[in-house]
Design a binder for this molecule. Structure first.
Ligand code: ZN
Ligand code: ZN
Length: 363
């Protein structure tokens, strides 16, 4: 059994303990995780005895190449994907078939339900997502690589942060740099926010705000590698470091350091969030930090576990999370510092290496 097929075995093992006879996996990311398939328009049906990819003729060869040994049902062009799912589920004799409630649309659910007699469709959540939380060595390596792409792209960008360049020009350059550095692309559209625009945690780069309009710029970007993702945020001062900037920056940095120091196996996700939050609250900025301190990172840019107030998730070795506290003052701007952290067997390892001290933020 290889590392990919062992994931399907784990999934199957998990639903043996409840009353499902199979699971329909329709999230493209989950299908890719469980099979190695990089195409689309295909689903995976895992029953207690069998596992079948349901796809169409465009992907016959690709499935053979990317998923050796995996059984495939190639639907004829006269059959829709939903009809094919109903056909396969019916022929496998599965009575209770789980589906991914967060993924399958209501319309698809109704079509499949009507097309298949004798099969009860049972909503499930996070069956594959929970497996994806724990990364193996190759996934960790792929994340390191995606981080290296992002860090190199940022270093290449720094000399371009010249007065007069618009946020959009910088974001476009950053995306081009990511590809030049080896990434397949951005892991999400980069955020480039000058001064007060950075008060919006998810500001869209504009053509009207320009470097130099205010004394700093916030950049939040990441790379998609093979196919793991990275996610970083840095603030660059293009003018003078004001005392207000210094106070807020130091607070965010301390909050981040405290949160990272708390990361180790056995700790609850909300406790990591609380570490950062208490620093920001004690500095009097509590109400200006209203998002979780971090999120899981992997094949998707936001995945489990979430590091936020109510999250009871217990950290385990192999999890990769971002740590990204921020303070956002309306009209003034926002500061966020974001790094990617691996939970190890006895603590954690910060995978990102770009400097983040106050001295390093000056252009
Ligand atoms: Zn980010
Ligand atoms: Zn993030």
């Amino acid at each position: 059994m290889n590392r990919i097929s062992s994931r399907r075995e784990k999934l199957r093992h998990n639903f043996k303990s409840d009353d499902l006879q199979g699971l329909l996996v329709s999230s493209a990311t989950n299908v890719a995780y469980l099979t190695g398939f990089t195409g689309d328009s295909s689903v995976l049906l895992v029953s207690r005895e069998r596992e079948l990819m349901i796809s169409d003729g465009r992907f016959t060869t690709q499935i053979e190449q990317e998923c050796p040994g995996l059984e495939a049902y190639i639907r004829p062009s006269t059959q829709t994907l939903n009809q094919a799912i109903a056909h396969v589920a019916g022929s496998l004799g599965v009575e209770r078939l789980g589906f991914e409630a967060a993924i399958l649309s209501v319309a698809d659910f109704q079509t499949i339900r009507e097309a298949v007699a004798g099969v009860t469709l049972v909503p499930t959540t996070d069956r594959v997502e929970l497996l994806r939380q724990i990364k193996d060595e190759q996934e960790i390596e792929a994340t390191r690589e995606a981080i290296a792409f992002a860090e190199k792209a940022f270093q290449m960008l720094r000399p371009e942060l010249r007065e007069g360049a618009s946020e959009k020009e910088i974001a476009d350059l950053l995306e081009a740099n990511l590809r030049r550095c080896g990434a397949t692309g951005s892991s999400f559209p980069p955020i480039v926010a000058v001064g007060s625009r950075a008060a919006l945690p998810h500001a869209r780069p504009t053509e009207t705000s320009r470097i130099g309009d205010d004394h700093f710029v916030l950049l939040d970007w990441g790379a998609t590698g093979r196919p793991y993702k990275s996610d970083l945020t840095r603030v660059v001062v293009t003018g003078k470091v004001t005392s207000e900037f210094e106070t807020i920056y130091r607070t965010v940095l301390l909050a981040q350091e405290r949160a990272i120091a708390a990361i180790r196996p056995g700790v609850r996700a909300h406790d990591v969030d609380a570490e950062a939050r208490s620093v920001i609250e004690q500095a009097g900025f509590g109400r200006f930090f209203d998002h979780g301190v971090g999120h899981g990172l992997g094949m998707e840019i936001h995945e489990s576990p979430r590091l936020r107030k109510q999250s009871e998730t217990i950290l385990q070795p192999g999890m990769i999370v971002t740590v990204e506290p921020g303070i956002y003052l309306p009209d003034w701007g926002g500061i966020r510092i974001e790094d990617d952290v691996l939970v190890t067997s006895d603590g954690c390892e910060v995978l990102t290496h770009l400097a983040r001290t106050l001295d390093s933020v000056r252009l």
